[in-house]
Design a protein around this ligand. Structure first.
Ligand SMILES: Cc1cc2nc3c(=O)[nH]c(=O)nc-3n(C[C@H](O)[C@H](O)[C@H](O)COP(=O)(O)O)c2cc1C
Length: 193
């Protein structure tokens, strides 16, 4: 498959950076064609400008400012996100990617005012992430990043099966063993994606 990896972390030496390397290495070794989009390294601008907002529904021109990213997204058959949870959401850079690239006419169309998913080229979605908080605390707070990925992203792609949501919770008390075990779990999931 052609797989778009969306990776968002400022520091390649971080644990999430290690997860990213494991994802790309494993997918490549499994024979997939990987488009590794490192949003920080590519200097992605996450800010939806005034003119982009004004032209948001103009299907003839709304993709122009992010045409290369739209082409990469449309070429993908699977999507893998790798990011840390910040403020119980996505890091701003990744949130901005969705604001600017998941446009009307790209990821969804409006039919009688209701959004319909359009990324029918994407058959599988997987998420690799980590939280400082425990799973229970994330649950009690409604776990917004999990809901966005497993419900919203699922709805706008053709992902038939559930979105694979792989998370290392409780990073604030993680150990070398817990981090190694999660890396192994991620490698296993990517091998069988
Ligand atoms: C700006 C910032 C905000 C964070 N907010 C949260 C949060 O709301 N919930 C949470 O569970 N962890 C939060 N964390 C902890 C990160 O999820 C944790 O640092 C990360 O998962 C560890 O990966 P890393 O060492 O590769 O950055 C935050 C960390 C940073 C730097």
């Amino acid at each position: 498959m052609r797989i778009l990896v969306l990776y968002c972390h400022p520091n390649p030496e971080s644990y999430v950076g290690a997860l990213h390397r494991a994802v790309v290495e494993t997918l490549t070794a499994a024979g997939h064609e990987v488009d590794d989009c490192d949003l920080y390294a590519e200097g992605f601008d996450p800010v939806l400008s005034r003119s982009e907002r004004a032209g948001y529904h103009d299907l003839a021109g709304n993709t122009r400012p992010v045409a290369a990213h739209v082409a990469r997204l449309r070429a993908a058959e699977a999507l893998v996100l790798v990011f840390p949870v910040w403020n119980f959401g996505l890091p701003a850079m990744l949130k901005g990617y969705f604001d600017r690239v998941f446009l009307p006419g790209v990821s969804f169309g409006l039919v009688d005012g209701k959004a319909r998913g359009m990324l029918t080229n994407i058959r599988k979605v997987a998420v690799v992430t980590s939280y400082g908080a425990t799973r229970l605390k994330a649950f009690l707070l409604g776990n917004p990043p999990r809901k966005f990925c497993t419900r919203s992203l699922r709805g706008i792609t053709r992902s038939r099966g559930a979105v694979r949501y792989l998370a290392h919770y409780d990073m604030n008390r993680s150990t070398p063993e817990s981090r190694a075990a999660f890396l192994a779990r991620v490698r296993g999931a990517m091998t069988s994606l």
